[in-house]
Design a protein around this ligand. Structure first.
Ligand code: C2E
Ligand code: CA
Ligand code: CA
Ligand code: CA
Length: 284
């Protein structure tokens, strides 16, 4: 009957409005959070598979919403990409991470850790590749923070690099010539893996964590990892494995010839102070 239909419509309408509100609020709030510099960083260590020594760390963005709590970067990064906010966010990542790297280099500030030559990895979205102005600004930030571009690893996903291969090759080559190191992230999950790797000037390949996390149980995963390592090494690229969650995975990857390891078993993403503490303890 009409009345119950009406009620149902109203409920549905209200729900829709509420959902829309959440969505629009999130974009607006993300923009406000960026403007207010509420996005902060955690740092996850990366170590040599052979010696276990710290070789660098990856900056990962975090956002705590005052009411909605912790929001995953898997949510707010795509949102930032869709609404043209990603370059501002990326720049803020560098504005925070470069002074931190500079601070680590300062032996007086951080005693007891081998901080010379540490490499900083930062995730770069596909859309940002078109913005050469962004990379100019990153270069300026490097200068003012006493960091050389070759201390940075720009991590791009495989799909990002292969979206428009001609443009990517051109831009990645320029970035490489300026000294930036380039890493291909989540490697093995796309369809154009081989071509991306052979053609583009990457310094590092990051084996996707889905292969690493299943490497103990899955022969298929081990085969994929083995093939990636062989291909990367034949192209003179370093291989990093992410998602190392136990000693078994670490040993396996080490025995397969992987160069770098990253994952919860080695160290979780940490706030700056905790990262420094972790570094001191791990170098004891
Ligand atoms: P990603 O670049 O592949 O980063 C690795 C993700 O795996 C991180 O998730 C990290 O916390 C998580 N992780 C590290 N070790 C382990 C492990 O042993 N096991 C498991 N299961 N996970 C592990 P997070 O921090 O939630 O970031 C998710 C994604 O969001 C990143 O994936 C990256 O694509 C994106 N992201 C994060 N920060 C930024 C940023 O500043 N800029 C851009 N463009 N993207 C970012
Ligand atoms: Ca990454
Ligand atoms: Ca990854
Ligand atoms: Ca990922």
């Amino acid at each position: 009957n009409a009345e119950s239909n009406n009620t149902a419509d109203n409920t549905f309408g209200r729900q829709l409005r509420a959902e829309n509100q959440i969505n629009t609020l999130t974009v607006t709030e993300l923009e406000q959070a960026i403007d207010a510099r509420d996005i902060y960083l955690v740092y996850q260590p990366k170590v040599s598979c052979i010696s276990g020594a710290l070789t660098g760390f990856e900056a990962l963005a975090r956002w705590h919403h005052p009411e909605k709590g912790f929001i995953s970067p898997e949510k707010f990064i795509p949102l930032a990409e869709q609404h043209n906010l990603i370059d501002r966010l990326t720049l803020q990542v560098f504005e925070q991470a470069l002074p931190f790297l500079n601070q680590l280099q300062d032996a007086d500030t951080v005693q007891g850790i081998q901080s010379r030559g540490l490499l900083l990895s930062v995730n770069i979205s596909a859309a940002s590749l078109k913005n050469l102005y962004l990379f100019k600004q990153i270069e300026l930030l490097c200068k003012s923070n006493n960091v050389k571009p070759d201390q940075l690893i720009l991590e791009l996903t495989e799909t990002a690099a292969m979206d428009d291969p001609v443009m990517s090759l051109d831009i990645l080559t320029r970035l490489r010539l300026r000294g930036f190191r380039l890493s291909i992230d989540d490697f093995g999950t796309g369809f154009s893996s081989m071509l991306a790797l052979v053609r583009m000037p990457f310094s590092e390949v990051k084996v996707d964590k889905t292969f690493v996390m299943t490497s103990g149980d899955s022969r298929e995963s081990r085969l994929v990892i083995k093939a990636i390592i062989e291909l990367a090494h034949s192209l003179n690229m370093q291989v990093a494995a992410e998602g190392i969650e136990d000693n078994e995975a670490l040993e396996l990857l080490r025995n397969m010839g992987c160069d770098q390891a990253q994952g919860y078993f080695i160290g979780r993403p940490m706030l700056a102070d905790a990262f420094i503490e972790w570094s001191k303890q791990s170098s004891e």
